[in-house]
Ligand binder design. Structure first.
Ligand code: AMP
Length: 283
């Protein structure tokens, strides 16, 4: 696995792969890698000849008072995991290569960027879209793999790719979970042992929603109400939002239909966790 720390070198490597007729898959990450990230690497390796993994803690997607400074960083461990997984390149750009002096151009996906997490983290998706577009221009991948854990992020980036005709195939990958159901996340490392136990309420509440759906419930108010009640019964948990939305516009649904997205953000202590379930009504 090669390790690339400059945008110019990354561009040149990409050009050489393309000239040799090799397809390129990109997996953008912020590092502190876990099995969720590695599942995306495997998906990219199945679909593309060359897999590039970027590790960049993107300052533009953190708001004031969020965890940019304390976000876990361990590039040596990340490099070892990626080499073992068979990634071809690790791209570790310095912030000044992504946002050089004088940088002023930002991507916004109107409407979608203001819903769910966007309403609580203003500017977050503007930062996400911009960094992904920058990575796409530097690496020029044929495809990019993103986790469904960040469903809103996937839907926004997919809209950006279609609106700007970027010609990158967007590949969603399923949520990878811990044995007790908690979605893997670099932020799980912030949880104390007690909080980690409490965090199980998040996937458990979504399971309860799935069961209600299987029993024929189609009223989003009752499903959301039950999920909220289960989370609120956990003393260390606080609901940020629970919503049942249409994945096309992320607007709340009047009735659960096939493809509906139930998304939740929950504070466990000071740590904000997200999770979701996509309903298929024939479950
Ligand atoms: P992050 O490093 O948190 O920015 O995540 C990088 C990529 O990994 C994003 O596409 C995430 O959606 C994806 N990802 C993070 N956690 C998981 C998970 N538990 N399962 C699947 N994909 C994940």
């Amino acid at each position: 696995m090669i390790r690339v720390e400059s945008a110019a070198e990354m561009k040149a490597r990409g050009e050489a792969w393309r000239a040799a007729g090799r397809t390129i898959g990109l997996v953008p990450t912020m590092g502190a890698l876990h099995d969720g990230h590695l599942s995306l690497v495997r998906e990219s390796r199945r679909r593309a000849d060359v897999t590039v993994v970027s590790v960049f803690v993107n300052p533009a997607q953190f708001g004031p008072g969020e965890d940019y400074e304390r976000y876990p960083r361990d590039p040596e461990r990340d490099a070892a995991l990626l080499a073992a997984e068979g990634a071809d390149a690790l791209f570790l750009p310095p912030a000044a290569e992504i946002y050089p002096p004088g940088y002023r151009t930002w991507v916004e996906v109107e409407g979608l960027q203001d819903r769910l997490c966007g309403g609580r983290r203003p500017g977050h998706f503007r930062g996400v879209c911009t960094v992904v577009l920058r990575l796409f221009r530097i690496i020029r991948p044929d495809l990019a793999v993103f986790g469904w854990k960040d469903a809103q992020q996937f839907l926004i980036l997919d809209r950006m790719v279609r609106d700007l005709e970027l010609g990158v195939a967007m590949v969603p990958a399923p949520i990878v979970r811990e044995p007790d159901g908690l979605a893997m996340s670099s932020r799980n490392a912030y949880l104390s042992p007690e909080e980690r136990r409490a965090a199980r309420v998040v996937p458990a509440s979504l399971d309860a929603a799935r069961e209600m759906l299987a029993a024929g419930e189609r009223d989003p108010g009752r499903i959301v109400g039950r999920v909220r009640a289960l989370i609120e019964a956990e003393p260390l948990a606080r609901v940020d939002y629970v919503e049942a939305v249409d994945p096309r516009d992320l607007e709340p649904l009047a009735r659960i239909e096939a493809g509906a997205l139930l998304a939740a953000a929950v504070f466990i202590g000071r740590t904000r966790l997200i999770d979701n379930v996509r309903f298929s009504t024939d479950e």
